[in-house]
Design a protein around this ligand. Structure first.
Ligand code: F7E
Length: 339
C-alpha cells in the first residue's frame, strides 16, 4: 500500500531532498508551507518535483491548522522542518524563533496523540543544542548547552519529543543534525554565501567576499545524505534519537579556500582578526572580514560523532566536503549564467 508522508516546512533544502527520496520510494508526498498559494517552492522546482508533491497551507504554530491538515492528509510519516532556522537571526527575533520551533512540534505531537494516528514523527533537532562547549566529537550521551535563542528553541523541541515518546509511547524521534549543505541552501548560510560569491567573482560580477568569523569550525555534510538518515530513523522497530553528522570538521576559512580553488584561484592569508585578508595568486584581495557578520555568541567548534547512526541505521554518506564544495560552486556558476 502507498505510504503518505507529510513534510511540514517543505520549502528548504531538506524538504526538497526528502521529497525526492520519498517519491523515488513510491510515497505520496504532501508538503506544507504557511501560504502555499504564495510560496514559489523554488527548491522543489530546481529538483523538478513541484508537480509531484501536493502542497498545502498550514500554520504550524496554529493548533487548528495542524489538526485540520494531519486529519485531511492521514500521513503514515510526518517530518518536521518548521521554524526559523538562522542562528544569527535568532538573536534579533528570539520570540518568533522560540515560538516557531516549540509550538510547531508541540502541535504535531498533540495532534498525533489526539487523533490516535499511528503516524511516525521525525523532528529536526540541531547540533547547536550542544553549544560547542566540549572539545572532540559529540555523541548522543553529551549534555546540551544551548547558547543562542535558536539552540534553546531546538533543545526545548527535542525534549518535548522525548517526553511524548516516553509518556504516550508515540513513535517520535529527533535527528540531531549538524550543518548540512547543498546548492539548494539559502544565501544566508555561510557555505552558500561563499559559493555564490565565488561564482560571481568567476563571472566578473563581483570582486571580493566579505565574511565574519572564518576560524569557526563546522562539521559539514550534504543534505541529500542527511535526509536518508531521517527516513531510516522512521523505519526502525523503536524510535530513538540520532546524531547525523559527517564526523570531521573544517574551518570556514578552509571551506573558502576550497571554493576559490574550484575556479582556479589560490588564496593566501595575511593579517589577523578583522584585518585578515585572503589574497589570490595574482595579488588581488578576494576575502575581507566585516565584524557585522560576527555572532553575539559564537560557537567556535561543532563536531558530531555519527557512529550510532552508522552502526544502528546502517547510514552511509555519499558526499565529501570536496564534492559538496565543487557541486555548489558549479551550480552557482550555472544558475548565474542562466539569469
Ligand atoms: O554559519 C560563520 C558563523 O550560518 C556557520 C543551520 O543549518 O547549522 C546551521 O547553523 C559558521 C558560523 O550556519 C559568516 O559565525 C563566518 O560559525 O552557515 P551558518 P550555522 O549558524 O552553523 C546548524 C547546525 C543549524 O541547526 C542551523 O539551522 O560560519 N560565519 N562568516 C558566517 N556565517 C554566516 N551566515 N555568514 C557569514 O558571513
Amino acid at each position: 500500500m502507498t505510504k503518505t508522508a507529510l513534510i511540514c516546512g517543505i520549502s528548504g533544502q531538506d524538504g526538497a531532498y526528502l521529497s525526492h527520496l520519498l517519491l523515488d520510494k513510491g510515497y505520496r508526498v504532501v508538503g506544507t508551507s504557511r501560504d502555499a498559494r504564495m510560496s514559489r517552492f523554488s527548491n522543489l522546482r530546481k529538483l523538478d518535483l513541484a508537480r509531484s508533491v501536493e502542497c498545502y497551507s498550514m500554520s504550524p504554530t496554529d493548533f487548528r491548522s495542524v489538526l485540520y491538515t494531519v486529519d485531511k492528509v492521514q500521513p503514515d510519516e510526518i517530518y518536521n522542518f518548521s521554524g526559523q532556522s538562522s542562528l544569527g537571526v535568532s538573536f534579533q527575533m528570539p520570540v518568533e524563533t522560540l515560538e516557531s520551533h516549540t509550538l510547531s512540534i508541540m502541535n504535531l505531537l498533540e495532534v498525533v496523540r489526539f487523533l490516535k494516528r499511528p503516524a511516525r514523527l521525525f523532528n529536526a533537532a540541531s547540533g547547536e543544542c550542544y553549544g560547542g562547549i566540549r572539545g572532540g566529537a559529540l555523541d548522543e550521551t553529551d549534555p546540551f548547552h544551548p547558547r543562542s535563542p535558536y539552540a534553546v528553541a531546538k533543545a526545548a523541541a527535542f525534549w518535548q519529543v522525548s517526553t511524548y515518546r516516553e509518556a504516550y509511547k508515540l513513535y517520535a524521534c529527533s535527528g540531531i543534525l549538524f550543518n548540512h549543505e547543498s546548492h539548494l541552501r539559502g544565501l544566508n548560510f555561510v557555505t552558500r554565501k561563499i559559493t555564490d560569491g565565488v561564482a560571481r567573482i568567476h563571472l566578473g560580477g563581483q570582486q571580493q567576499l566579505t565574511l565574519g568569523n572564518i576560524h569557526a569550525r563546522r562539521d559539514w555534510g550534504h543534505a541529500e545524505d542527511y535526509v536518508k538518515a531521517m527516513w531510516l530513523m522512521l523505519q526502525q522497530p523503536q524510535p530513538e534519537d540520532y546524531i547525523i553528522a559527517s564526523g570531521s570538521t573544517e574551518t570556514v576559512r578552509s571551506f573558502t579556500e576550497k571554493a576559490f580553488a574550484a575556479i582556479g584561484l589560490r588564496l593566501c592569508w595575511q593579517g589577523s582578526g578583522v584585518k585578515e585578508t585572503g589574497i589570490d595568486q595574482h595579488g588581488v584581495t578576494r576575502v575581507s572580514i566585516d565584524p557585522k557578520y560576527f555572532r553575539l555568541v559564537e560557537v567556535e567548534v561543532l563536531h558530531g560523532n555519527p557512529a550510532k547512526a552508522e552502526r544502528e541505521l546502517g547510514w552511509r554518506r555519499q558526499h565529501t566536503l570536496a564534492s559538496i564544495t565543487a557541486e555548489m560552486v558549479a551550480a552557482d556558476i550555472n544558475a548565474l549564467q542562466q539569469q
